[in-house]
Write a protein that binds this ligand. Structure first.
Ligand code: ADP
Length: 766
């Protein structure tokens, strides 16, 4: 039923006209006009027209004849515009109906044309206006979509809710082309929330607020709403509202607030002084740490006229400000801050130039380095002290090694000589050489000992031992010296003193040996008495007191304290006693390090009494091994046959070892290697039963050589017993020889018996 005249067009025009002649005329006028791209869709009844519009098809304009088969007069317009108020309706009226046309415009038509009276130009003019209006509306919709702003109008009297597409889109609802009746539409719709806005607006006339809404899909959005109540036509109230989706902006704002809060937190909590200051020295903002660093209260800081007056020295301050101005920022610049208390704080400043209102200023991090610097100085001093202590220790160790090496020769050769057939005089001379070298060795040992005490290197043993036996041995050794001076030497042992105790036997012996040695040294007539008593029982331990009394020269009251210090000796007018002044200091350290106390009392000129106490655990007996080790009777017989490799670079010590060993075992074969490398060659060529290895040697030292033997030589050679023979006193303590795979060690200068015993022990080993 519909006739369609097609023009090359994008602007569709709906023509509701039942008279084909009139319809044709419109088309012809349009063709004649300067309007391009128009397409006319002709419907002949109001019903058809409405149907077409309902499909949602968009028209730039509607040309509506008011006299149609199914509707007449103004009612035709009313029926159409009631349903499609948005559309541009141009009414067509008959020649006699001009009044009707005016009426129609009042009722919402955009324009009216009188049939027979309009021409191509007036039609085009009217349509062009419609097309332009449509374009504007489209642009408006696009703008709203982009800005997420929608607007609506609600008239409670008519119930019509007329909202732009963006309003629906914000709520996630289908866009209503047709303004719905509010009361119906809002049922179950997320837009229902606008009802509250209407209510509120009704009371206060204008509402502006941010609001959280839920979209149809349940998503939460934040919107800004502004709504006003106005008086519309016919004095009916109308609500005009705009709604803007500000979710993204709100989120960004919140993010901003959060981040600001975080920065604020950093700002307040910072241990560094953080502040903003103008270039002329006015504090703008600062944190708590700033007040602490400068020592002024917040009020005082704010009142300061020139904060820069507190930067010292002034040349640094000037340089800092100049640099800041020219380079825009300064990093880790060292400067002092004058604290209110008057002291200087050593600081590090990092600053950047900024605009502060209409002035220039800078923001700044000021770090107080005072404590850090002090700690650094202390650390340097400590490192230096440690380093020099270490150097001292190394020096002492190497001096001791250098002294022990030739002493081994003196010692060994004296021993060899004493075994020979000597005349009385020669024997006496050799004995003196031997005992002098023993004294010398004692001095070396004392110096080493005090050095290791001072370096905190002393470790105490806790092994069961026989105290009675220890005292017996002590008396046996000291007896000779006492007899030489015709002194009476005695041990008085309290019955309550247990025979077996646990502790550091060697250290106890060392202390007693020192005290008894001194007592004999400083006594010419009378006696030296060693007394041991029990002071207390403490659970499974005992506290013992050791006293050494003598009837010697005595010590003046005021000197008693001092004699326990290192290198303190009391000068005697008429006599010279040999010694170094280290003995008592070593004793004091050894006793105190084990938790005991040492002291002395004396009657000057009549005698002295030295005493100390120590706590020992009670022991039930001795471990098996200890007795075995001490049993030196089990050396190999004199006719034993075995092959020894002696690795030693010191010619005289080669001689001492060779002679000493050959005297003991005349049938052994003894080869000598000059250094580690030489030893390895010899081992590769010949078979041996045991290696005596010096440690410090040129080309390849004893440690390296042992490592090589253990790792590189074939079985049968790689597992040979190797004994370290060294003048390094620390080998026994640090057990480094074991790390390199040596079995045992003999310290130079060596006691021949000790060497024989160890050789026997390892040669015999299966
Ligand atoms: P040294 O005996 O090597 O000189 P010590 O540290 O053992 O060093 O002794 C320090 C000083 O204490 C001695 O030089 C001596 O003056 C004094 N002294 C130590 N023991 C006695 C003693 N039994 N009688 C008198 N004086 C003593």
């Amino acid at each position: 039923m519909a006739t369609t005249a097609t023009l090359v067009s994008t602007n569709k025009i709906l023509l509701i006209e039942d008279n084909p002649g009139d319809a044709r005329l419109v088309e012809i006028y349009l063709l004649d006009s300067d309007l391009q791209n128009c397409e006319v869709v002709n419907k002949t009844t109001l019903r058809d027209g409405l149907e077409t519009l309902k499909t949602g098809e968009e028209f730039a304009a509607i040309l509506l004849d008011l006299t149609l088969p199914d509707s007449r007069g103004i009612e035709t317009l009313e029926r159409l515009s009631e349903q499609f108020p948005q559309n541009n309706i141009i009414v067509l009226t008959g020649l006699s109906d001009k009044e009707l046309g005016l009426h129609a415009v009042k009722a919402g038509a955009q324009d009216f044309l009188i049939k027979g009276a309009f021409d191509s130009d007036s039609l085009a003019k009217s349509l062009r206006y419609s097309i332009e209006r449509n374009k504007v509306l489209k642009r408006l919709d696009e703008t709203q979509r982009i800005a997420h702003i929608g607007n609506w109008e609600y008239c409670p009297a008519t119930g019509i809710f007329n909202a732009s597409a963006e309003v629906y889109r914000i709520f996630g609802c289908a866009v209503q082309k047709q303004p719905p009746l509010w009361d119906e539409y809002r049922q179950g719709s997320p837009l229902a929330i606008l009802e509250e806005i209407h209510q509120e607006t009704f009371i206060v006339n204008e509402v502006k607020k941010d609001l959280k809404i839920n979209t149809l899909e349940g998503e939460c959005r934040v919107v800004f709403i502004q709504c006003t109540a106005n008086m519309g036509e016919d004095d009916l109230p109308v609500f005009h509202g705009i709604i803007q989706d500000i979710t993204e902006r709100k989120m960004a704002e919140q993010e901003m607030i959060k981040s600001q809060e975080r920065y604020q937190e950093v700002f307040t909590q910072s241990k560094d002084a953080l502040f903003i200051c103008t270039f002329d020295g006015r504090f703008i903002d600062f944190n708590q740490a700033t007040t602490e660093l400068f020592g002024y209260s917040a009020e005082e800081l704010k009142a300061l006229h020139d904060a820069h007056a507190l930067y010292y020295p002034s040349e640094r301050k000037n340089e800092f400000l100049l640099k800041l101005k020219s380079q825009k920022s300064v990093k880790d610049y060292e400067i002092n801050i004058a604290h209110k208390r008057g002291e200087f704080r050593e600081c590090m400043i990092t600053a950047s130039l900024i605009q502060v209102g209409d002035r220039i200023g800078y923001n700044c991090i000021l770090r107080d380095m005072t404590e850090h610097r002090q700690a650094e100085k202390l650390r340097k001093a400590r490192d230096l002290a440690r380093q020099s202590a270490k150097m001292k220790e190394q020096f002492v160790a190497s001096i001791s090694h250098e002294m022990r090496t030739p002493m081994n020769a003196i010692f060994g050769m004296s021993n060899l000589l004493l075994q020979m057939d000597l005349g009385e005089e020669e024997r006496n001379l050799v004995t003196s050489i031997k005992s002098s070298s023993e004294v010398l060795l004692g001095v070396v040992n004392d110096i080493l000992e005090i050095s290791s005490i001072q370096n905190g290197k002393v470790v105490f043993e806790n092994q069961p031992f026989d105290l009675y036996e220890l005292l017996n041995n002590l008396v046996n050794v000291m007896q000779y010296k006492a007899q030489e001076k015709d002194l009476y030497l005695e041990v008085i042992l309290d019955e309550a003193v247990p025979k077996f105790i646990s502790g550091d036997k060697l250290r106890l012996n060392q202390v007693l040996y020192n005290l008894v040695g001194n007592a004999i040294k400083f006594t010419d007539n009378g006696y030296v008495k060693i007394r041991v008593t029990k002071l207390h029982d403490i659970i499974d331990s005992v506290q013992l007191k050791f006293t050494v009394d003598d009837t010697g020269i005595g010590i003046q009251e005021d000197k008693i304290e001092a004699i326990f210090e290192t290198f303190t000796r009391i000068r005697q007018k008429d006599r010279v006693f040999e010694g170094t002044g280290l003995g008592l200091s070593i004793c004091k350290n050894l006793v105190e390090l084990q938790g005991g106390k040492i002291g002395a009392a004396s009657a000057y000129g009549r005698g002295s009494s030295f005493f100390f106490d120590l706590i020992f655990e009670r022991a039930n007996g001795l471990a098996e091994e200890t007795t075995n080790v001490l049993d030196k009777t089990e050396t190999l017989p004199p006719d034993a046959v075995f092959r020894l490799l002696l690795v030693e670079d010191h010619k005289m010590n080669q001689l001492v070892a060779k002679k000493t060993l050959e005297r003991r075992w005349p049938n052994i074969s003894l080869s000598i290697a000059e250094n580690g490398a030489n030893a390895i060659e010899m081992l590769q060529e010949d078979d041996f039963d045991l290696v005596l290895m010096d440690i410090q040697m040129p080309i390849m030292d004893g440690y390296e050589a042992t490592k090589y033997i253990r790792e590189e030589l074939p079985p049968g050679k790689s597992d040979l017993p190797i004994l370290a023979m060294t003048a390094h006193a620390h080998v026994a303590k640090d057990e480094k020889f074991k790390e390199y795979g040596m079995d045992d060690f003999v310290l130079k200068p060596f006691e021949p018996e000790d060497l024989f015993f160890k050789i026997s022990k390892y040669v015999r080993r299966p």
